[in-house]
Design a protein around this ligand. Structure first.
Ligand SMILES: Nc1ncnc2c1ncn2[C@@H]1O[C@H](COP(=O)(O)OP(=O)(O)OP(=O)(O)O)[C@@H](O)[C@H]1O
Ligand SMILES: [Mg+2]
Length: 549
């Protein structure tokens, strides 16, 4: 990751982070009332931390200035690749910062605030009907406009030059820009509809619904996530922004669901992600359960290794996920798992079980050094996070990963609170319906260690012999095969070399068998010139004694 952590922190320095005043936005209430984790009388909400969650009061590092209207740095927006969107998250923020009356007047102009002014009074200048600058009537009126301007001016510049629309004068802008911009806004009604063909719903969560879509232009499948409710000013807006920010900062890793683009339409955030054809791990666990099956240990090891690789990447970027759980881990079948095998750990070979696990849903991601913590699912919450100890947040991800693997191994549903919740945090593992190898089981046990520093880091997990044993075995077999091939090739080359030497010693034998050209019997082969198989793609990785190359 090329960016320094400072940069990252700056990008994650969200302007409000869900700290809007209570009741400032009805969409928030609407969202909250539909959110069982927030309003239900469930005892989880009575725990201190979830109470904080309920009131959306987040812990913010004092070193980070937080202002409800802090502008997001332009560089960060460029990072988001949103500037060409009809309406962007930034515009949602600016919308929430404007008086509601002006917001309504300017509804169709939301996207323009970026490019022009945030002054709502300017909206009255915007024509409600587009003006095509190329109709004869417009052309005539434009010409008259410039003529008037020309008469007013003492300058006698060439008239043709003046006909060129200039973007430097605000008067010129009035004549040209509004109509163009209006055209973009009014006729590109939905980027989603114009760019994608929806093939069906594939999931739904707290944040929104996810659809499988094919992009009309490139014909590829994508998972498109659309927020359920209007976002402006709501806590969901912050989740959506976090997700987009994190994706933009993280770039591309084979074990992190790939992000392509994000934009807003009708106050709804839309995120275009890689489509994972195996769905979520949560769905896979349910499917196995329904068939009375369990993930075998080999698959559990791959799951642990892949998610560790993704976490290693996230953590090394100075970020933490904070919502690791089966419904946020996605499965790609190997054939479609773009990028699998690109990571350092997978350079040697592909995955052993035919699937690639990827971390998705980055809505809770925060900086590990200056965290703005919004706890994820309480069932996966580490005890130290409950106690507001954010000093080692990467290990909270490791804890959640341990519980995720336990669930995949067939553990009963995790408790949201109560004695069972606490006993899991005392490293008392539930009984599992399958026998795991002692090494693997004790590895899971370490992931759930009550003391965060005792849990292995994601990087250490990637090197774990227990997880890599299978891989190492397969790698050794592969190497043995390659070694045999090379031995055979060496033997062939030695034979040819021997024949070439014999030919060199006896000039009469100009065309020895196996050689493709006459031997220059007067001199030894020149350095760097191969005598045999010059066009053959032979491996030269071995030393061949006596061979003059
Ligand atoms: N990239 C994807 N590929 C395939 N399916 C996906 C993808 N993203 C999401 N889904 C499906 O949509 C569901 C919800 O997705 P996601 O977790 O991103 O939304 P969410 O609203 O944050 O949900 P939750 O609050 O439960 O975490 C997933 O459980 C999965 O079934
Ligand atoms: Mg999710």
């Amino acid at each position: 990751m090329a960016m320094g952590s400072d940069w990252t922190v700056q990008n994650l320095d969200f302007s409000s982070c869900g700290e809007e005043e209570e009741g400032s936005d009805s969409s928030l209430d609407e969202w909250s009332s539909s959110n069982p984790q927030i309003l239900s009388p469930n005892p989880v909400c009575r725990t201190p931390i979830v109470q904080r969650h309920c009131t959306r009061s987040f812990t913010v590092s004092p070193s980070i200035p937080v202002s409800p209207t802090t502008p997001i740095p332009y560089a960060a927006w460029r990072k988001l690749r949103l500037c060409d969107s009809p309406s962007t998250p930034k515009s949602l923020l600016s919308k929430s910062a404007l008086p509601s009356s002006s917001t309504k007047i300017c509804r169709s102009q939301r996207a323009l605030r970026f490019a022009t002014s945030t002054d709502p009074s300017q909206c009255s200048h915007v024509p409600s009907v587009n003006v095509n600058p190329f109709t004869p009537d417009t052309f005539r009126r434009t010409r008259e406009h410039y003529k008037r301007k020309s008469r007013r001016s003492d300058d006698d510049d060439d008239y043709g030059c003046r006909m060129k629309p200039s973007h430097t004068s605000s008067e010129d802008d009035d004549a040209f820009l509004p109509s163009k911009r209006q055209a973009v806004q009014a006729f590109m009604l939905s980027r989603y509809e114009s760019e994608f063909l929806e093939l069906g719903h594939i999931g739904a969560g707290e944040f929104g619904v996810v659809c499988k879509c094919v992009k009309r232009l490139d014909g590829c499948l994508y998972a498109i996530k659309r927020s359920r409710r209007p976002l402006a000013g709501s806590a969901n807006e912050q989740l959506a922004l976090k997700e987009v920010y994190a994706h933009a900062v993280l770039g591309h890793h084979p074990h992190v669901v790939r992000y392509y683009s994000a934009w807003a339409e009708d106050d709804h955030m839309i995120i275009q992600n890689e489509y994972c054809d195996g769905g979520s791990l949560h769905d896979a666990i349910l499917e196995k359960e329904a068939c009375g099956e369990l993930f075998p240990e080999l698959e559990l090891r791959d799951l642990l290794l892949h998610v560790s690789m993704g976490l290693k990447y996230i953590h090394s970027s100075g970020l933490v996920h904070l919502d690791i759980k089966p419904s946020n881990i996605f499965i790609c079948q190997c054939s479609s798992a773009g990028g699998a095998g690109e990571s350092e750990e997978e350079e040697d070979r592909g995955p052993s079980t035919g699937v690639v696990y990827k971390i998705g849903d980055l809505g809770h991601v925060t900086s590990s050094s200056s965290p703005q913590v919004e706890e994820g699912d309480s069932r996966f919450l580490a005890s130290e996070v409950l106690h507001e100890d954010y000093s080692n947040l990467p290990k909270a991800d490791i804890f959640a990963l341990g519980l995720t693997v336990l669930l995949a191994a067939g553990s009963p549903p995790l408790p949201q609170n109560g004695d069972e919740w606490h006993s899991l945090r005392r490293a008392q593992l539930p009984s599992l319906p399958q026998e795991l190898s002692p090494a693997f089981r004790s590895l899971i046990q370490t992931l759930l260690d009550p003391e965060p520093s005792q849990r292995p880091s994601a990087s250490a997990l990637c090197r774990q012999p227990v997880l890599r044993k299978e891989r190492t075995g397969k790698l050794a077999a592969q190497l043995r095969r390659e070694l045999n091939v090379e031995r055979f090739r060496t033997a062939m080359l030695e034979k040819e070399l021997q024949e070439a030497r014999l030919a060199a010693l006896s000039p009469q034998q100009a065309f020895p068998p196996g050689l493709q050209q006459p031997i220059n019997t007067g001199s030894l082969p020149k350095a760097g010139r191969r005598l045999v198989g010059r066009n053959a793609a032979r491996s030269m990785s071995f030393g061949c004694p006596g061979y003059g190359v």
